[in-house]
Design a protein around this ligand. Sequence first.
Ligand code: GRF
Length: 203
Amino acid sequence: MSDQKRIGILLSGRGSNFVAIADNVSSGMIPNACVAVVISDKTDAKGIQTAQARGLPNFVIERRGRTRQDHDLEIVAKLWEHKVDLVCLAGYMRLLSPWFVQQFPNAILNIHPALLPSFPGNHAHRDTLAHGVKISGCTVHLVNEKEDDGPIVVQKAVPVLDDDDEDKLSARILKQEHIAYTEAINIILNRQFQITGRRLVKG
Ligand code: GRF
């Protein structure tokens, strides 16, 4: 179909969010869309092997040997080449440059395993447990120039249990991540939202 939306995935590791997105595209839960390209900045990312096995266009673009500017430029060029409408960061462990963000206005999503603005950064589960909060969850947000900062699209809450460790908590949150990402993608692809200040509302 000519107005099919094209999703580009950026990842650095395991790729379970990518798999959930790809499965939901296939099943029609994300209707009228396709995974147009999967890009990893790590050669050994399991997610890129999965993309290969599924026959999806996939590329490794390592940072090593490139300036940050050249790295971003190559990735954006690849996304353009594949005519991507929406970029989904799915465990992509690099901060995008302001230039990168500007190429896809309100069309880059990230998922974070905590209820932002609490516990941003790379150690969300550890920080959540250390702080002793009783509720955590995940956040899908639009990406801006700052880390884990753009307008929030979807959040899902889970309890933090007394006998939790990082593995138990992250497994509970991950199940919700896979649901939340699809909801957020549908909101953004259908352009069913308005943004006032930091606040994104559906409709
Ligand atoms: C997820 O917990 C996500 O919230 C965070 O990185 C992890 C990626 O997991 N940004 P996966 O590679 O999608 O399995």
